[in-house]
Design a protein around this ligand. Structure first.
Ligand SMILES: NC(=O)c1ccc[n+]([C@@H]2O[C@H](COP(=O)([O-])OP(=O)(O)OC[C@H]3O[C@@H](n4cnc5c(N)ncnc54)[C@H](OP(=O)(O)O)[C@@H]3O)[C@@H](O)[C@H]2O)c1
Length: 369
């Protein structure tokens, strides 16, 4: 908290609250990641806080911390999401805020739950405290809790696709080798991505060819146990008991999606889905099933067939594309988008709000689909 006592503009305060929110990613699901900043009556930074762990105190309560009532006299509180009006696992934040001598509560997004949206703000207003919806930084605000917003809007898990590709778009050599395309730093970031999604999903060829562990190996998440989903209609991976995913994950965290009714296994949890007439219907049923298992976000890691299927059927919300400064050649490589089909230039897919950053010697391009 080096910045304490610094004077902040409203934009700076909300941007700081967004940065705070992001610290909760990977720990709060299925709750939203939320951040909060409190400025005193002279706009000096009093404190920051975020929702740290599912079931525990919300961002506002953490930011209030040990602040005394007199410090809050005329203070303004910035929070990325409308304070909750209802008693859930913790008491209502809006009620708590309404009991304080604050001047104003500025919230970034309206609670997306139509049953309670606006009610947090109303409770605060009723206590004579101004409640203002912040009208700037909307893209950043929405991104800070995009998993939650999609869960609410679509009643389905948020789906990200992650690809590690060469400069010429290849995710493997035709020999099947794909280790390693990106450098160590990018691979570490990929583990961060696994940690901030509830489940990692792959097609069966990736498991058979690469024998990956698909677990989270990242210093910020030492105890994180991600769930793993393998699309394998005939249950082929079960014939290979030595695969690393079986020794890495507990049976109840490893799901095999199969068309074989009544399939049982001591290695994983088979989930039966009937064959559908098209892939869109299959993916819809799959996501509904995963949502029912308590999975609210999925990182699709490959391979090409699996990725294409999510993109072609508009079932992916975000793309994370790592590009390594290497060439594999289109005749000698396997393109990650080999099965993505676009009918005409007009229908090309744009990444929305795309961001490019350098990670080690690789590039990470990410954006909403
Ligand atoms: N660089 C990277 O980021 C990266 C990441 C992962 C993999 N890879 C590489 O990618 C290659 C494997 O890719 P791939 O395209 O051959 O295979 P894949 O996507 O790993 O697996 C494809 C199989 O999964 C099942 N499946 C996937 N999507 C499905 C859907 N929507 N509906 C029904 N079934 C579905 C199908 O098997 P059934 O019909 O039997 O069910 C399908 O044949 C490997 O060489 C691997 O090294 C690279």
């Amino acid at each position: 908290l080096d910045e304490v006592m610094k004077i902040l503009s409203d934009d700076e305060a909300m941007a700081l609250a967004i940065r705070e929110a992001k610290k909760g990613a990977g720990f709060v699901s299925p709750n939203p990641a939320v951040g909060c900043v409190i400025l005193d009556k002279q706009a000096r930074l009093l404190s920051v806080g975020h929702h740290q762990r599912y079931g525990e105190a919300h961002a506002e309560i953490n930011a209030l911390g040990n602040l005394r009532r007199d410090q809050l006299e005329g203070a303004r509180l910035f929070v990325t999401l409308e304070p909750c009006a209802h008693q859930g696992k913790t008491p209502s934040c809006a009620k708590k805020l309404a009991s304080l001598p604050l001047k104003e509560v500025i919230y970034g997004l309206v609670d997306p739950n139509p049953l309670v949206s606006g009610q947090g703000a109303a409770l605060i207003e009723k206590a004579g405290i101004k409640a203002t919806l912040f009208d700037k930084l909307q893209t950043d605000l929405q991104e800070s809790c995009e998993h939650f917003l999609i869960n609410m809007r679509e009643k389905s898990p948020f789906v990200s696709v992650k690809v590690a590709s060469s400069l010429d778009g290849m995710l493997a050599h035709i020999s099947g080798e794909s280790k390693w395309i990106t450098g160590e730093k990018a691979r570490s970031f990929a583990h961060y991505l696994r940690a901030v999604h509830d489940a990692t999903l792959v097609g069966k060829n990736t498991v058979l060819k690469d024998d990956p562990q698909l677990n989270v190996r990242h210093p910020r998440f030492p105890a994180k146990k991600n769930k793993v989903v393998v699309l394998d209609s005939k249950g082929e991976i079960l014939g290979h008991r030595n695969l690393k995913i079986f020794s890495t994950h507990k049976k109840e965290d490893l799901f095999l999606i199969t068309h074989k009714k009544g399939l049982t296994s001591d290695l994983c949890t088979p989930i039966y889905l009937p064959p559908f007439k098209d892939n869109a219907a299959f993916l819809k049923a799959l996501l509904t099933k995963l949502g029912g298992l308590g999975i609210s976000s999925v990182l699709v890691e490959g391979g090409a067939e699996t990725i294409s299927s999510f993109i072609n059927n508009k079932k992916a919300h975000r793309l994370y594309l790592f590009q390594a400064p290497i060439l594999i050649g289109s005749r000698t490589g396997k393109s990650w988008s080999e099965q993505v089909t676009i009918a005409s230039m007009n229908q090309r897919i744009h990444l929305l709000n795309a961001k490019v950053r350098k990670i080690g010697s690789d590039l990470l391009i990410s954006g909403r689909l």
